[in-house]
Design a protein around this ligand. Structure first.
Ligand code: NAP
Length: 672
């Protein structure tokens, strides 16, 4: 079998691993399969290449253009993923394990592509939150904006998810408009590199968008500058070493750390051996212990159960573990493959020995694998009799199929044990009792990045204790690294700078490409509903004639719709209410009349009214009052090849020019 030379990709060229590079062995056969080394790389050139070529090319595109490219990339990889599955067997992963990695990674690209189109503007600047009123008359306002950082994101990844680990960081980074230098863990870099090669061959993203280091990072971190970002996934010890780098500290270079943690699962005290939650719990625990041979940052390391059923649970988990078939991951009848390497195996077994100093052994069939080729191990279940005094159980992560069971007395005790992990990525609570879910969540949320609650009502569609989802934040406080990743658009913001802009409404409107109240408006002789998306301009305003509201209008609307709420029908009762001077018009009547005032009835570029946002009623309208409307183009966003969304600021005023209601109207308008 030929040895793979794991090339790096720097400045648009593939660079061979140097001959002194690290030898990579198959997790299954212990045979040498690849060599990776980065001695031939010039890290300064890589940084310059990203700064000078990648960043400008990415930032020329809008969020939507970059999101479309993410989608194309997901489709491209999906059509070629079989090769990645083949290679991954050498990492000790079964096909099921690799599904989490490969399809999970591609799915993450898809989610970011779709969120980017739906939640970010078709623009270069993201507006964070609403305009802030900083002055009495509104001539001086504030707005937070986010712009991509002008440097490079360095991604240092763990070995366990060579594809997902790369793509879950890459998707938000590219969406933000930052280029990346990716450094996968060397031991599984041949899988990452195969996926990366496809990304380069696809030519979907411009030159300089991503580069790859297979091997060490040399002095790369010493060369980073203030606009760069480091995102790290791996052990707490390596995170500590890297984030302590003097250049990183001195230049306040953001360092995102996703570390190991002692995640736990709690079975609620409402569960008995006869409830569905008991079975759900056993299944989740065993799945988390054995999927990816326990090499998941989110795997359940601590199992917390009510005292009264400790024995039954121990027995049930052991019984299930005896059925787990460990062996060649290519063989689909096997449930669990190997650890990634012999050195990982010895690390895991050493930590299990340390844990045994505080625990009894419930299940451990290590003898079977003592002399076997490959980094195979047995699942291990330990039981801790004194979890309040134990130290290792709450602090030592055996990054393999090992977990410790312990009993808790009540919800508060469960929280105390959970929080002894000193910061975890995830805790799960398996309960059918909302009060238990509430008490344990409230008592432990500060120590956890994610809390996953499962029971008979959602088991069929639940995503699993261990699955970080692109929509939800992944990360945790303290021991888990103190950072966050993903969480939808929140994850994109790590690669952008938030800046508070203060100035007049005209300045803020132009900078944010969004008209804000108080900035210039102008009218056009043609009704705005007759003007296509491309012709409409921000600030373009239609001011309508006014319409008087009569008591008959209110009566008729009430009987027509059935909304005979007393404030519209009963003068005395309305007057007694602190909000109304007497009978008033329905808010919905005002909205309907407003539409009647501003709508242009004939077919034209406005295709549909798709929504109404931020509605607020500021002043009641009494019979005899008049209203008029001003309709202003606030923001335009391209949606498809033929039409885009127009957001209109709508202000209803009464005869005294007082604001009665404001809202944002959404329409879809044809481009031409
Ligand atoms: P690791 O040994 O800490 O290595 C992580 C990464 O850091 C690898 O790419 C490694 O490269 C690199 N690295 C190590 N020393 C470095 C240095 N001096 N300069 C630059 N890079 C350096 O962790 P691992 O063994 O790959 O992964 C297992 C650990 O990761 C577990 O503890 C697990 O809990 C954690 N993890 C956490 C998450 C999460 O999201 N929180 C996810 C997955 C895994 P080399 O391979 O070349 O040494």
């Amino acid at each position: 079998m030929s040895i793979m030379n794991i090339k790096s990709y720097a400045c648009g060229k593939w660079i061979d691993a140097d001959c002194t590079g690290r030898q990579i062995l198959s997790a299954v056969t212990d045979q040498r399969i690849a060599v990776a080394g980065s001695a031939n790389l010039d890290f300064q050139n890589m940084i310059s290449h990203a700064h000078k070529l990648g960043a400008p090319a990415l930032q020329e595109m809008t969020f939507h253009e970059r999101a479309k490219k993410l989608k194309q990339l997901a489709i491209y990889l999906n059509e070629r993923k079989e090769l990645l599955y083949e290679l991954s067997f050498n990492c000790g992963s079964t096909r099921k394990d690799s599904f989490i990695d490969i399809d999970g990674g591609i799915g993450t690209l898809q989610v970011f592509a779709s969120k980017g189109r739906r939640e970010l503007p078709d623009a270069h600047t993201y507006l964070d939150g609403d305009v802030e009123q900083l002055s009495r008359s509104g001539s001086f306002i504030g707005q937070h904006i986010c712009r991509p950082k002008l440097g490079v994101a360095v991604h240092i990844n763990a070995f366990n998810f060579p594809v997902w680990g790369m793509l879950e960081k890459l998707a938000p980074t590219l969406l933000a408009g930052m280029p990346t230098i990716i450094k996968p863990a060397t031991v599984t870099s041949y899988v990452t590199q195969a996926c990366f090669k496809m990304m380069v061959e696809s030519e979907i993203f411009p030159q300089g968008s991503f580069q790859l280091i297979c091997g060490g990072t040399g002095d790369l971190l010493d060369r980073l500058t203030t606009q760069d970002v480091v995102s790290f996934t791996g052990s707490a010890q390596t995170a500590f070493n890297l984030r302590s780098n003097q250049n990183i500290l001195q230049n306040s270079i953001p360092f995102i750390a996703e570390q190991d943690s002692l995640n736990a699962s709690v079975l609620g005290s409402d569960a008995t051996v006869d409830t569905p939650e008991f079975d759900i719990f056993i299944k989740e625990v065993v799945n988390e212990m054995t999927a990816k041979a326990g090499q998941k940052c989110t795997a359940i390391r601590r199992i917390m159960v009510p005292e009264k059923i400790l024995g039954s649970i121990s027995d049930a988990i052991s019984a299930r573990l005896t059925k787990i078939k460990v062996g060649d991951p290519c063989d689909e009848t096997n449930d669990m493959g190997a650890l990634v390497s012999q050195s990982q195996k010895s690390d895991v077994l050493n930590i299990v020995e340390t844990l045994k100093s505080e625990c009894a052994t419930i299940y451990d069939e290590q003898e079977h694998f003592k002399n076997a080729k490959g980094a195979f191990v047995s699942p291990v279940l330990l039981q801790c009799g004194d979890p309040d005094s134990a130290i290792h159980v709450h602090s030592k992560e055996a990054f393999g199929p090992a977990s410790t069971i312990m009993a808790y007395r009540d919800n508060q005790h469960a929280c105390e044990l959970l929080n002894k992990g000193d910061g975890s990525l995830v805790a799960s609570i398996i309960t059918h009792d909302p009060q238990i879910a509430h008490d344990i969540t409230i008592g432990s949320a500060a120590y956890h990045g994610r809390i996953y609650i499962n029971n008979r009502d959602c088991i069929k569609e639940s995503t699993g204790h261990g699955a970080p989802l692109p929509h939800m934040v992944h990360g945790g406080p303290g021991r888990a690294g103190g950072s966050e990743e993903m969480g939808g658009i929140r994850g994109v913001m790590h690669y952008m700078q938030r800046t508070a802009i203060q100035g007049s409404p005209d300045m803020v409107s132009v900078i944010g490409k969004t008209w804000v109240p108080g900035s210039k408006t102008f009218s056009n002789s043609i009704h705005p509903f007759k003007r296509s998306f491309n012709k409409l301009e921000l600030g373009e305003t239609l001011v309508t004639k006014s319409r008087k509201i009569t008591l008959e209008d209110i009566q008729q609307f009430a009987h027509f719709t059935g909304d005979t709420f007393y404030a519209h029908m009963d003068e005395e009762a309305a007057k007694a209410n602190p909000f109304f001077p007497g009978r008033v018009a329905h808010g919905y009547l005002l909205l309907s009349f407003a539409a009647g005032l501003f709508v242009e009835p004939n077919p034209g570029p406005v295709l549909a009214n798709t929504g109404l946002m931020d509605l607020s009623f500021q002043k009641p309208v009494s019979p005899g009052d008049s209203i008029s409307v001003s309709l202003t183009v606030k923001r335009k966003t391209k949606r498809t090849d033929t039409y885009g969304e127009v957001r209109w600021h709508v202000a209803l005023k009464n005869q005294d020019n007082e604001l009665v209601a404001t809202y944002t109207l959404l329409t879809m308008n044809a481009y031409n």
